[in-house]
Design a binder for this molecule. Structure first.
Ligand code: PEP
Ligand code: MN
Length: 362
């Protein structure tokens, strides 16, 4: 076993200030060859600063791959020896902290499923006491910013000096575009609370798929994030975890190269206004998702009516909807005029959907 030396410490100190700071590597370490080859290929892109690999994988359901465990730590040491890239792993329990430190892991991160639980965060914090290692803290799974703040406070109280944040998106009802809804306004609020803290975006866990990784990463850059953590795999389709969102090291290098990072001063620093704008964007996104779901149900109703020889327009049902929402809308601070034009627009779209199903030839 070897622990971190003082030259390695200096490298991490420098990287902590580097912008953008780029972290990449597999969701999970699977074999020594996979970890070393990923590291070498990432290093060859010239775009990556730190190698990530999950060693212990907290999975939502039992039975999926739960990580190779401590035997994977020497693979990371080999990858580092081959490339000079410092390493980062996720820790969720005291033993994982101890093992990672004993094997000279350079950066630790706390995952979303741990940040939600103050007991777990405190256990990790206690295990970290006295250690000189940077710690990145992912947002909790649910959109509760106080849990995220609480985790930062617990880790800071344990004496950790270098703390960074990772925004990986949030579970949200009804969202289908993202694996985890970005809710950028919460990231902006966190930045407002910790303006000087390293702030990294994780497009992989926000997207959950490859085709929108670049757009999410560019959005993060536009919002003045300090860097990215992106999953990469030598054989993405056959990855043992998170296969759909991983890309090859070369593709990751291209993605990093394509991002335009705003210069200091390019972006307005009015974080309060920015937060409100992002909040509106998020709500509009959800609204469109919900409207789309509503129209899919209209399609099903169209099919049902067709099968039962009914007409698309049923006035009594529609009057019932209007009465209900005119009074409900007013209580919610929405004008009668707005409610009427909104309902009419939705109704027309809904009838069009039903008609398209009932009379496909027209
Ligand atoms: C991961 O980084 O592979 C991971 C498990 O992420 P999260 O905690 O964001 O789900
Ligand atoms: Mn993952």
């Amino acid at each position: 076993m070897e622990t971190t030396t003082s030259t390695e410490k200096k490298l991490i100190d420098q990287l902590w200030e580097k912008r953008p700071l780029i972290i990449s590597g597999p969701c999970s370490a699977e074999s020594e060859e996979q970890v070393v080859e990923t590291a070498v290929r990432l290093k060859n892109t010239g775009k990556v600063d730190i190698l990530r690999a999950g060693i212990w994988k907290p999975r939502t359901r039992p039975g999926s791959f739960e990580g190779v465990g401590t035997i994977g730590l020497p693979w990371l040491q080999k990858a580092k020896a081959a490339t000079g890239l410092p390493t980062a792993v996720e820790v969720a329990m005291p033993k994982q902290v101890e093992d990672s430190l004993a094997f000279g892991v350079d950066v630790l991160w706390i995952g979303a499923r741990t940040t939600v639980n103050p007991f777990s965060v405190q256990d990790v914090a206690d295990a970290l006491r006295g250690a000189d290692v940077p710690v990145l803290i992912k947002n909790p799974i649910n959109p509760d910013i106080e849990l995220w703040v609480g985790a930062v406070e617990r880790i800071a109280k344990a004496g950790i000096k270098k703390i960074g944040l990772i925004h990986r998106g949030f579970s949200s009802y009804g969202n289908t575009e993202y694996r985890n809804a970005p809710m950028w306004h919460l990231a902006v609020e966190m930045r407002r609370r910790f303006p000087d803290m390293l702030f990294i975006n994780d497009p992989s866990h926000i997207s959950g798929r490859r085709d929108i990784l670049q757009a999410v990463a560019q959005h993060a850059a536009n919002m003045k994030f300090d860097g990215l953590i992106l999953e990469s795999h030598i054989d993405p389709d056959n990855a043992w975890s998170d296969a759909k969102q991983q890309i090859t090291p070369e593709k990751a290098g291209e993605l990093f190269g394509s991002i335009v990072w705003p210069q200091k001063g390019d972006v307005k620093d009015d974080l309060e206004l920015e937060k409100y704008r992002q909040q509106i964007n998020h709500l509009d996104d959800e609204l469109f998702q919900i409207l789309s779901q509503r129209m899919k149900i209209a399609d099903k109703i169209g099919q049902y009516k067709k099968d039962h020889d009914m007409s698309a327009l049923q006035a009594s049902r529609w009057n019932e909807i209007i009465d209900k929402y005119e009074s409900k809308g007013e209580k919610l601070g929405l004008s009668k005029e707005f409610i009427a034009s909104y309902l009419e627009a939705v109704h027309i779209e809904s009838i069009n959907h039903q008609n398209a199903v009932m009379n496909p030839e027209k």
